[in-house]
Write a protein that binds this ligand. Structure first.
Ligand code: F3S
Length: 436
């Protein structure tokens, strides 16, 4: 097993000189370092983000709620600015039954788990109060980069969680994180030094070419998924594409980290560590080249579309959580219309309030669309009664949402396509989408 070289201060923490919670967190990080093959820790100077598992946190780590209360009373706080990923699971929730809480509109949507106690308690239960006292900003989003209003700068070391956020931090912001955001890393402000913290590992190793200009939202999404499937966990350099918008970065990041586990990529001329292809490759030859062209895109698109019927029972948008421009565009398309089937749209809780102030919540409500916040259909694991076929507009949701079907013997059918095709499905109840 690799020997992790600790500083004197880190050794003191490990010996318990800074208290029980700090000791347990250090043990956890050292074990992570051993598993990852990191021979030292790095002091974080960026931001943190982790899933908020409610009162389960203490049992996960092995310290009690009283230990945490004691820590908070003594002024214990997160060492780096820390944000909450998706909403927590209330104490009584069946954690492995995937029943995460919703922040807004769960009753209007008629989710299976519609007991207000379940949802409200989750956000205000003791553990979340303690986290807030420690400085956690309870944004409750898997797209915290939309709401945190405090981004790490280029080169800063972070500890984030959630698949779409990892490449956003590394590739789009040029900050550095592995997929390791946790209470321990954010509390101690330390993480194992390996992977994306190390400059050498951030250079591209696979040169990706395409024979179709990647420019629409759907193309970015399918391309991301297909690249992820091809390169797995390597760092690709993506060439032959247009410059992505914020929405397209969201789609690319969530798709590329779902098809594979890509923590970082470069788009020469677009992402901060890739002014040129040569720079992105670190002046070396790529380990290999690959083509993600029309054939590969069609294969990924068809893989993500698994429906025997074109009769759609429900539409779900907001994976990752919708940004404010997408909410504005959605309102423009839905104003004065009325959906025929349930349409749920998910955003970040802090953006829900913005949407309310801008009148979007009302416009969508008049169209029969339910704007929700803080959760994720795949994590809620519960489509309304009778839904057998759902339309979605992102590869990540298409990939995960099948697990939502209440009958383990029957897979939820998924129509996957553009946002406009999903809107059309919501208005007509039929799927008219197709690869074009
Ligand atoms: Fe977020 Fe759930 Fe999608 S966590 S990125 S909405 S699958």
């Amino acid at each position: 097993m690799i020997n992790v070289n600790l500083t004197d201060q880190e050794k003191r923490i490990l010996q318990g000189e800074e208290g029980k919670v700090a000791r347990i967190c250090m043990e956890y990080i050292v074990e992570m370092a051993q598993i990852a093959g990191a021979d030292r820790l790095i002091d974080l100077d960026g931001t943190g983000d982790f899933h908020t598992p409610g009162n389960e946190l203490s049992s996960f780590y092995g310290f009690s709620k009283e230990d945490l209360e004691e820590l908070v009373a003594a002024g214990g706080h997160f060492k780096i600015p820390t944000f909450a990923n998706k909403s927590p699971f209330p104490e009584q929730a069946p954690i492995h039954g995937w029943e995460s809480c919703n922040v807004c509109s769960y009753r209007k949507a008629g989710v299976r788990q519609d007991d207000p106690k379940f949802h409200e308690q989750a956000l205000h239960e003791d553990m979340m109060s303690l986290m807030r006292k420690m400085g956690m900003m309870t944004t409750h989003s898997c797209a915290n980069y939309l709401t945190m209003t405090y981004w790490p700068s280029i080169g800063q070391h972070c500890s984030w969680f959630e698949s779409s956020q990892i490449p956003y931090c590394n590739a789009v912001l040029g900050a550095r994180t592995n997929f390791d955001g946790s209470f321990a890393t954010c509390f101690l402000g330390k993480a194992p030094y390996y992977g994306m913290h190390v400059t050498e590992n951030r250079y591209g190793s696979v040169l990706v070419k395409t024979d179709r200009l990647i420019q629409t939202d759907l193309e970015w999404d399918v391309f991301g998924y297909a690249v992820g499937c091809d390169v797995h966990c390597d760092v690709p350099v993506l060439t032959g594409t247009a410059k992505p918008t914020t929405t397209q970065f969201q789609k690319l990041n969530s798709a590329i980290h779902t098809g594979g586990g890509v923590p970082m990529y470069h788009i020469p001329g677009s992402t901060p560590e890739a002014p040129t292809v040569e720079w992105a490759l670190g002046g070396k030859k790529p380990v290999r080249e690959t083509l993600i062209g029309e054939k590969e895109l069609v294969a990924a698109y068809e893989y993500l579309n698994y429906h025997k019927t074109n009769d759609v029972d429900m539409v779900y948008l907001g994976c990752p959580h919708l940004n404010v421009v997408d909410l504005m565009l959605l309102c423009r398309k839905m104003e004065g219309k009325r959906v025929k089937i349930p349409m749920w749209v998910m955003t970040a809780p802090w953006l829900y309030d913005v949407a309310k102030n801008l009148g979007y919540v009302d416009i969508l409500a008049k169209a029969g669309v339910v704007l929700m916040s803080g959760a994720c259909l795949a994590a809620m694991g519960a489509v309304p009664e009778g839904v057998r076929c759902i339309a979605v507009d992102t590869a990540k949701q298409a990939n995960y949402v099948t697990g939502c079907y209440p009958d383990p013997n029957e897979q939820l059918q998924v129509c996957y396509g553009t946002t406009d095709e999903c809107i059309d499905a919501a208005l007509t109840g039929h799927w008219h989408g197709g690869w074009r």
